[in-house]
Design a protein around this ligand. Sequence first.
Ligand code: B12
Length: 216
Amino acid sequence: MSNGLLAQITDSLVAGDPDATVAGTRQAVAAGLEPLTIIENGLVPGMRIVGDKYASGEYFLPNLIVSASGMKQAMAVLEPELKARRQHRKSAGTVVIGTVRGDIHEIGKSLVATMLAANGFEVHDLGVDVPVDGFVARVREAGANLVGLSALLTTTMRGQKDVIDALEKAGLRGQVKVMVGGAPVTKKWADDIGADGWAQDAVAAVDLASRLVARV
Ligand code: B12
């Protein structure tokens, strides 16, 4: 039954039917499924299939936009559920997160932000297409000890290094750990640009964030 619901959510994203995605998500919550299970086993696989279809030329940009909207609306249903399960941990830190300049992909970044907030971090989500100075200014204002930089395009990944350089220049690099992510970003890239860590998905990002903050 629950597997059927999750498959329904995946299929609705692939079919580009946001109303069905939201309805399926609500149904899954009502059936007692954990929000994280719904995300990881219903929504994310759907977006992956949509991405593959786009890459192979079967889907076009409008398909991506409709599916992304379904995912976003479903996340709006799940966010309060995730927060309701929030465990208050004293050790959680203050995170400034955003998608770097020139890049408007927000789903993965928002998922990471939601998961961090659900795990007791104070999260300052700057949104997408964030200029380098935007990150630096907020780190200073919020006294953040962690920065999360998302990039989904090979052409915008370089922006992650620009933020690291700017933090250095502003004399803030010693106070913050920097974690990077996004589909084209690898551990090697993170090492090359002098980031403190890389995580493949939102669950790993929470684990990484906890470890990095413990080391600040
Ligand atoms: C949805 C989507 C869009 C939507 C975005 C809508 C939105 N509101 O976010 C729209 C339609 C707007 C879009 C536009 C474009 N897109 Co697009 N898009 C995608 C798609 C299909 C899915 C991305 C997604 O949301 N995935 C689901 C989330 C959950 O996964 P995720 O983002 O990877 O995030 C996870 C991890 O990476 C990690 N993570 C992410 N961020 C961070 C940050 C930190 C700190 C950490 C630790 C971890 C972490 O955790 C996340 C959660 O698990 C991908 C395909 C793909 N395979 O990625 C293409 C893709 C990224 N897009 C692509 C392209 C080319 C574009 C456009 C240039 C298309 C065009 N011609 O206009 C534009 C770019 C616009 C711009 N300037 O940014 C290419 C990029 C190719 C490349 N190598 O550079 C891809 C790979 C598609 C393809 N195969 O060609 N896109």
